[in-house]
Design a protein around this ligand. Structure first.
Ligand SMILES: [Zn+2]
Length: 329
């Protein structure tokens, strides 16, 4: 089941949708802008369901035929725009699935909803083809653009939509959600929530992925030892790390959580503020042996490594430089 009540965070956006529904002031086009995993699809689903729900009081009732149809993925008046090519939404996709379809009245609801996920993949031609439609849409039409990069949408498109920017969700809320919904122990939930930095999808991914847990265990073993490792051992560790090459950005984010903990411990000596509370002995050791300057160098090296990997600089070289900086500081 989907509903506004199942979403954590994004209170303002939900409020906006609910009052638009209640006051019959629904706009024809919305852009939901936020990074992957931030909750765009959840919001779009909850809104679409409330739009087609027969009760029509600002949220879905979960009782009516429309709600049941929606939950089974078969509501005829809610359309997810698909695309032939994996990396682009072309002009034909838009014409066939939106422009030619939107003129047909809704089958059973007051509204007809089109959801364009990954709208940043729309070509310029596709966006231009949509312009007229979002300029003069039929009364019942609602188009939802979901995107992680607002800038890719043409100004002419953006100016005709209500733009909703998703904000990061409170870490404590995410932690509690993971404990309740996924029965995670509080230690694990805290790590996932901290790592996710306000992104609920990321937190859930981490909480439920075996691969991710393995990666984290590998990394913790490495970080506990790296200061005492010889260069040849570091090279061997980097070799082992290639198993996680696809997730290297996550790995670096986790390293940042670790060294942020070291910094917090150095500055406050307060274990309760740490993400990796159970590892405080190791964190303490690093907090004592490193200076603020040294820890700052490590944080900078982590940022730099991220940039280098984004620019496709050699993986082994980047990681070697990073680990040596960690060791030397
Ligand atoms: Zn309903």
């Amino acid at each position: 089941m989907t509903g506004f009540g199942d979403i954590i965070g994004h209170e303002q956006i939900i409020e906006h949708f609910k009052s638009a529904l209640k006051n019959h002031q629904v706009s024809h086009a919305y852009i939901l802008n936020g990074e992957n995993g931030s909750g765009k699809s959840m919001l779009a689903k909850a809104f679409a369901k409330a739009l087609v729900c027969e009760a029509g009081y600002g949220d879905s009732c979960n009782m009516c035929r429309a709600c049941h149809q929606f939950d089974s993925g078969n509501h005829p008046d809610v359309k997810w725009v698909t695309h032939e090519k994996a990396n682009s939404i072309g002009v034909d996709d838009v014409r066939e699935q939106i422009n030619n379809d939107i003129v047909i009245k809704p089958y059973s609801s007051k509204y007809k909803v089109y959801i364009i996920d990954e709208a940043e993949k729309m070509t310029v031609q596709a966006q231009n083809a949509l312009l007229k439609t979002i300029e003069e849409p039929p009364e019942y039409a609602v188009i939802l653009f979901l995107t992680n990069t607002l800038d890719v949408l043409l100004q002419t498109v953006r100016s005709r939509c209500i733009i909703m920017n998703l904000r990061s969700v409170d870490t404590k809320m995410i932690q509690q959600y993971l404990m309740q919904k996924y029965q995670l122990p509080d230690y694990q939930a805290r790590v996932c929530a901290a790592y996710a930095q306000g992104n609920v999808g990321k937190a859930i991914m981490m909480a439920t992925s075996e691969h991710f847990r393995e990666m984290q265990d590998f990394l913790l073993r490495l970080l506990k030892r790296v200061d005492d490792m010889e260069v040849y051992e570091i090279v061997a560790a980097i070799h082992d790390m290639t198993a996680y090459k696809m997730d290297i950005r996550d790995l670096i984010d986790l390293m940042m959580v670790w060294y942020r903990d070291v910094l917090i411990l150095k500055a406050t000596e307060d274990i309760n503020q740490l993400v990796y509370q159970d590892e405080h002995k190791y964190l303490q050791k690093k907090a004592i042996t490193s200076s603020y300057e040294g820890l700052n160098n490590i944080m900078e090296a982590l940022e730099k490594a991220k940039i280098r990997l984004n620019a496709n600089v050699n993986f082994d070289i980047t990681m070697e430089m990073l680990l040596l900086t960690i060791k030397e500081n």
